[in-house]
Design a protein around this ligand. Structure first.
Ligand code: PLP
Length: 379
């Protein structure tokens, strides 16, 4: 947790809007995950799509983490940071054959999520070890935009096509070394996650050359104070139980994004002015969904606090951005009284924040600052 005075100093020195990341917080989350899974053979692959800041990648690498990517650009970024290809998973969604061809020539682990692509690889590179992204057809609730394993989803190969999958694998003697499911992001997981693990352990029996099962990411964090973080120890215990039942140990892979970095990110913004209309008060800030899209795109909740006047009595505000469409970071939120030029912090902004920012309205991108103990570094 970065102290208020430090966040204010960063806002003063570097300007706003600005993202600030706490590397110590990321290390603590990595260790929590690592400890929870310590009794099973697990690789932790950080989902780079959540935040590709080089300092964060380096920190996770130093902790012993591996990486999960969705594009060859992410793979290149990791290679430039010195990450070994053997530690990289690549699970593209609808890749071009040109991109896939390039990926097949590397040592990264590739997860294929379409029968059409499996058939094509069978014809062009049948000897290449592959993972399969399977769709177990589970309804996971939560926000539809981040649910990826229900029937009719574009992600993964539906297990209802099992016979065709097995036929294709057999026809080209494909070497299937991994099975993968990713249910989605930030969903109320526990029961459906267990079903997905059962699914993988059952599908395992059809693929004799398997080296790992990958249960994906999506572990829940406390975006809202009433949210419940995924019970990782219980999840690891369940996998241990399933492994024992199956009688044969196998490596497990997980792909956390939000869990490792969301809470370590702080998005600082400045209040341009406070606007009152009958029945409503708006805190109008100097940024918008072009810089942090989660509230508008996913209806996501993020705590917002007034760093400049923390002791003031609370009032109710809509915190709104400066774009010419609905652009609201927080609705009807109790916040310590806000005045012009105050610095506000939007919390839990470390995942899918800066990486989804754009130049919409020709606004420049925010800066990114990392805090590592006493060190403050512009990235
Ligand atoms: C294939 C894959 N793995 C892992 C993740 C990480 O999800 P989260 O950030 O919710 O942990 C995602 C993101 O949706 C993903 O698409």
């Amino acid at each position: 947790m970065i102290k208020r005075e430090i966040l204010l100093e960063i806002a003063r020195h570097y300007g706003t809007p600005v993202y600030v990341y706490d590397l110590e917080q990321i290390r603590a989350k990595f260790r929590k995950l690592h400890d929870a899974f310590s009794s099973i053979d697990t690789d932790i692959h950080f989902a780079v799509k959540a935040n590709h800041n080089p300092f964060i990648i380096k920190t996770i690498d130093e902790e012993g983490g591996k990486f999960d990517t969705v594009s060859l650009e992410e793979v290149k970024h990791l290679s430039e940071l010195g990450i070994d290809e053997k530690n990289i998973l690549y699970t593209p969604s609808c890749p071009s054959k040109d991109e896939l061809k390039k990926a097949l020539d590397t040592d990264i682990a590739i997860h294929i999520g379409a029968l059409e692509l499996l058939e094509w690889i069978g014809q062009t590179a049948p000897e290449r070890p592959l993972g399969l992204r399977l769709n177990p057809g589970l309804d996971i609730g939560g926000n539809k935009k981040i649910a990826t394993a229900h029937q009719g989803s574009k992600f993964g190969i539906p297990w209802t096509l099992k016979n065709r999958i097995l036929k294709t694998v057999d026809k080209y003697r494909l070497r299937i070394t991994g099975l993968h499911t990713h249910l989605g992001s930030d969903v109320s997981y526990d029961e459906v996650m267990r079903q997905s693990i059962d699914f993988l352990f059952e599908a395992r029996s059809y693929f004799p050359r398997l080296e790992y099962l990958d249960i994906g990411g999506g572990f829940k964090i406390k975006y809202h104070p009433d949210d419940k973080e995924t019970d990782l120890k219980a999840l690891a215990g369940y996998i241990r139980g399933r492994t024992k039942k199956s009688g044969e140990a196998i490596k497990i892979k997980i792909e956390p994004g939000k869990f490792l970095v969301a809470e370590a990110g702080y998005f600082l913004m400045q209040v341009n002015f406070v606007k009152k209309i009958p029945g409503k008060t708006f805190a109008c800030v100097n940024t918008g969904f072009n810089h942090f899209i989660r509230p508008m795109y996913y209806g996501a909740y993020h705590p917002v606090e007034n760093l400049s006047q923390p002791g003031e009595p609370e009032s109710v505000y809509d915190v709104v951005g400066n774009l010419c469409e609905e652009d609201t970071f927080a609705y009807d939120r109790k916040i310590a009284r806000i005045r012009e030029n105050d610095i506000l912090v939007l919390k839990n902004a470390g995942a899918y924040g800066y990486v989804m920012a754009s130049h919409y309205n020709l606004r420049p991108l925010p800066k990114e600052i990392v805090v590592d103990g006493h060190r403050i570094i512009e990235t």
